[in-house]
Design a protein around this ligand. Structure first.
Ligand code: HEC
Length: 138
């Protein structure tokens, strides 16, 4: 083996090890971007402080909504659940169901969620990144 071959082999091994890591920092950061900047999950799923700011200490820990429809909407939910991995929803659903929900908009029962939860239909890899990010929240 030449030095070059050895170097290339080591590089390839390094790349493979990285690909096998459950969730790389880049994947989690992309998931955070999707959840916070695109999906804006925190608007409904994070409670607010007394001054009306989203509570960083209870990020995505579930909240009572601070808005309501102008006309009655069937099944309207006044609360959004804790979607962190430390919450009861994760315990009940598990990671795979979370990913499936983000790609189909359907719960493990096969039903859509009640309003105002939007039905997101993300690409598989985007849903996986978003769930990898949510997994880092406790
Ligand atoms: C407009 C407000 C709103 C936004 C934005 C929102 N949610 Fe929700 N979400 C809700 C409400 C309300 C519920 C409760 C619905 C129910 O129990 O049927 C809910 C429920 C859920 C559930 C449980 C589903 C169920 O039927 O039990 C998950 C998981 C979830 N949201 C994830 C997310 C994620 C991830 C995002 C961002 C990508 C997000 N939500 C954005 C309001 C929202």
């Amino acid at each position: 083996m030449t030095v070059k071959t050895i170097a290339l082999t080591l590089l390839a091994a390094g790349a493979m090890a990285q690909a096998q890591t459950p969730a790389s920092a880049a994947k989690i950061e992309y998931g955070r971007y999707l959840a916070e900047e695109v999906g804006k999950c925190q608007i409904c799923h994070s409670p607010r402080t007394e001054t009306g700011q989203l509570d960083k200490e209870r990020w995505m820990k579930g909240a009572v909504l601070d808005f309501a429809p102008m006309k009655p909407v069937e099944g309207w939910h006044k609360t959004a659940p804790d979607i962190t991995s430390g919450g009861r929803l994760w315990e009940r659903w598990g990671e795979a169901a979370m990913v499936k929900f983000m790609t189909t908009g359907l719960t493990p029962k096969g039903t859509p969620s009640d309003a105002p939860m939007p039905a997101y239909k993300l690409k598989q890899e985007d849903a996986e990144a978003m769930v990898a990010y949510l997994k880092t929240l406790k």
